[in-house]
Ligand binder design. Structure first.
Ligand code: G6P
Ligand code: MG
Length: 220
């Protein structure tokens, strides 16, 4: 049977949170707002617009719409400088192995990311061609935990949501998958991702037996 395997990008395939952190910290500090790693954690899976809104809320700072737009583009320019230096070494452990196994098993593979830079990042780490379809921040209007990004992915793969499996590192992403009865697999900390159907530290913990089980079982 063909299942739809949908991968988030940031924190699942590559660790870009460190680059988002540097760019957001620079922006926050320029406004006199402090920005910590804990706060950066809370921005995982959160869209660019919402991220800036949250930083301004944390700092109790209000700015004009014009300034908001300018800061968003400055943040992205800095982020893109880090992205431009990425290569295959930045792929998280065993991600290619799992993608290759799914391909060998003739499963359908999608990317489901909130990032507008997803395609550029996949090109940099040479994984672009591993996906049957890519749904990113340029294709959706509603951010996770809304399931829009995953529903579009499922539709483009031609698979019903209940036959999809989502790999996610953010709570919002796990919730998005659960909302539409997709199997949710959290990648990261069990305590944070406790709403997921399964949680693994990373892909090194995901063996072929588990993937085989995902191919044959349905969410109950
Ligand atoms: C992912 C990341 C977020 C980021 C969002 C938008 O969900 O986890 O931290 O804000 O994508 O990314 P973008 O590349 O479009 O700014
Ligand atoms: Mg993520």
């Amino acid at each position: 049977m063909k299942k739809g395997f949908i991968f988030d990008l940031d924190g699942v395939i590559v660790d870009t949170a460190k680059y988002h952190f540097l760019a957001w910290q620079n922006l926050a500090n320029s406004l006199g707002i402090s920005f910590t790693h804990e706060q950066n954690e809370q921005l995982k899976g959160v869209s660019r617009v919402r991220s800036l809104e949250k930083i301004l809320e944390w700092g109790n700072v209000s700015i004009s719409q014009e300034k908001f737009t300018q800061l968003m583009s400055e943040k992205n320019e800095e982020y893109l400088k880090y992205i431009s230096k990425m290569d295959t070494k930045e792929i998280l452990p065993d991600v290619p192995k799992v993608l290759e196994y799914l391909q060998a098993k003739r499963q359908l593979i999608a990317l489901g990311s909130a990032s507008k830079n997803a395609r550029a990042i996949l090109e940099k780490v040479k994984l672009y061609n591993r996906f049957h379809t890519i749904v990113d921040g340029t294709n959706v209007s509603k951010a996770k935990p809304d399931p829009e990004v995953f529903l579009i992915g499922a539709k483009q793969l031609g698979v019903s949501p209940k036959n999809c499996i989502v790999f996610e590192d953010s709570v919002a992403g796990v919730q998005a998958a659960n909302t539409v009865d997709m199997i949710s697999i959290g990648i990261g900390d069990k305590n944070i991702l406790h709403e997921a159907d399964y949680v693994f530290k990373d892909f090194t913990e995901i063996g072929e037996d588990f993937v085989n089980q995902l191919i044959i079982t349905k969410k109950v």
